[in-house]
Write a protein that binds this ligand. Structure first.
Ligand code: COA
Length: 259
């Protein structure tokens, strides 16, 4: 892991590959760069890929802002700090919300958008928010029971559960509160860059309907629904997810510029 100072905060990130395009991957609720391990490896020969630990997550200091807009601004400052101006921005779940916001706020910096298990609106079950506030252990149990697909092997289930439960108090709740007020459904059609949306067919937190919405609203967006995967599609079905992102990234150089 490397670290860089962003607005006075130590931000941790993982990197693989070199050259262009640059791909930046942003994790979701209670996550870290670890959720992109397979993609970092699998994209190394086609892109310079960086995966960032958001403030208060993984190896990064600070706390995540309450608003997705502010989190997107931190990602922009992080990319400035490591010398990346234009990027394929991607994210999972809450990270996908940050990626959408990044594309809306900094269109000139975006070469492509990769949306993994996410949606243009991310309302959260009130029961889940209540439980996380009153009994975070049971809240994480409920969250992970909804998040991980039925086909995921037991060791993967245990590892994802532990990684989420190990967050400092309040982090998971804070992330989901930021998701709960995120809503760009009426603005997402203004995104005018090549877009790939991927989700698990069995995703109960951000169901395939949410990814298909991207396909309907963003001109030319490609939607991939991966059978047998839940919300952690890039971890549960890493080969399929990485292959879809590889194909998308490799195709960017071949596309004619959009009007
Ligand atoms: N993309 C496309 N459609 C969306 C959407 C998205 N990102 N988000 C909501 N919608 C649709 C819903 O399907 C619904 O359509 P319908 O009226 O045809 O059924 C409508 O917009 C309103 O839905 P929503 O904004 O979610 O409000 P709600 O009061 O119907 O439901 C919840 C609230 C929390 C029950 C619901 O959002 C849910 O089950 N969420 C998934 C579970 C969760 O907590 N996910 C965490 C996300 S990080």
């Amino acid at each position: 892991m490397r670290t860089v100072s962003v607005n006075g905060l130590r931000i941790a990130y993982a990197t693989a590959g070199a050259g262009s395009p640059a791909v930046c991957l942003v994790h979701g609720t209670g996550g870290s760069t670890n959720v992109w391990a397979h993609q970092l490896d699998g994209l190394a020969d086609v892109a310079r890929t960086v995966a960032v630990d958001l403030p208060g997550h993984g190896g990064s200091d600070g706390t995540i802002p309450k608003r997705i807009e502010d989190a997107a601004a931190i990602v922009a400052a992080f990319l400035d700090a490591i010398g990346i101006s234009r990027v394929v921005i991607g994210g999972h779940s809450m990270g996908g919300a940050i990626a959408q916001q990044f594309a809306l706020a900094y269109p000139d910096r975006v070469e492509g958008l990769v949306l993994v298990g996410t949606g243009a609106r991310l309302r959260v079950l009130p029961r889940l928010l209540d439980l996380l506030a009153s009994d975070s252990e049971r809240g994480v149990d409920l969250l992970m029971s909804l998040a991980i697909g039925a086909e995921a092997p037991a060791e993967l289930r245990t590892a994802l559960h532990r990684a989420t439960a190990d967050n400092p108090p309040g982090v998971v709740l804070g992330d989901l509160q930021a998701c709960d007020v995120f809503d760009v459904m009426s603005r997402i059609a203004t995104v005018n860059v090549p877009t790939l949306a991927i989700c698990g067919a069995e995703d109960r937190l951000t169901p395939p309907k949410y990814s298909r919405f991207f396909g309907e609203r963003i001109a030319g967006a490609r939607v991939v629904v991966v059978p047998g995967a839940g919300h952690y599609v890039q971890v549960e079905k890493p080969r399929e997810t990485t292959a879809a992102i590889r194909e998308f990234v490799a195709g960017l150089g071949r596309r004619a510029p959009r009007e």
